[in-house]
Design a protein around this ligand. Structure first.
Ligand SMILES: [Zn+2]
Ligand SMILES: [Zn+2]
Length: 114
């Protein structure tokens, strides 16, 4: 009769052990990290500084909008209805019609070192 007394705790231990093993056996695998499909877009500065002096000293306007040096710009201004037929200049650059523009452009001119 003493055999059963010793077997019972062992059986109980086995059941308990198997239960623990089962619990541990179902170890959850680490979930794969969600792949971020968002492409990293390079951040560009909102305002780009003009590194090259964009200025036509001859006509007192930025070289990039000087229609007298770059006649290919003329249709662009004409399309924007920014054109003075009388002086063949963009209205926004016509100092004859808008003397106040001269001071405005002068303030935009790069300071010469001379
Ligand atoms: Zn010019
Ligand atoms: Zn004009």
């Amino acid at each position: 009769m003493q055999v059963r007394l010793t077997v019972l705790p062992v059986a109980f231990a086995l059941v308990l052990g198997s239960a623990l093993f089962a619990a541990c056996g179902g170890a959850e695998k680490p979930a794969p990290a969600p792949a971020s499909a968002t492409p990293a877009a390079p951040k560009a500065p909102l305002v780009q500084k003009a590194e090259v002096a964009d200025w036509c000293p001859e006509h007192g306007v930025p070289e990039s909008i000087c229609t007298r040096c770059n006649t290919s710009l003329v249709p662009t201004f004409q399309a924007k209805h920014d054109w003075c037929k009388e002086h063949s200049l963009p209205e926004s650059q016509c100092f004859a019609c808008h003397p106040e523009l001269e001071a405005k452009f002068k303030s935009m001119a790069p300071k010469s070192s001379g």
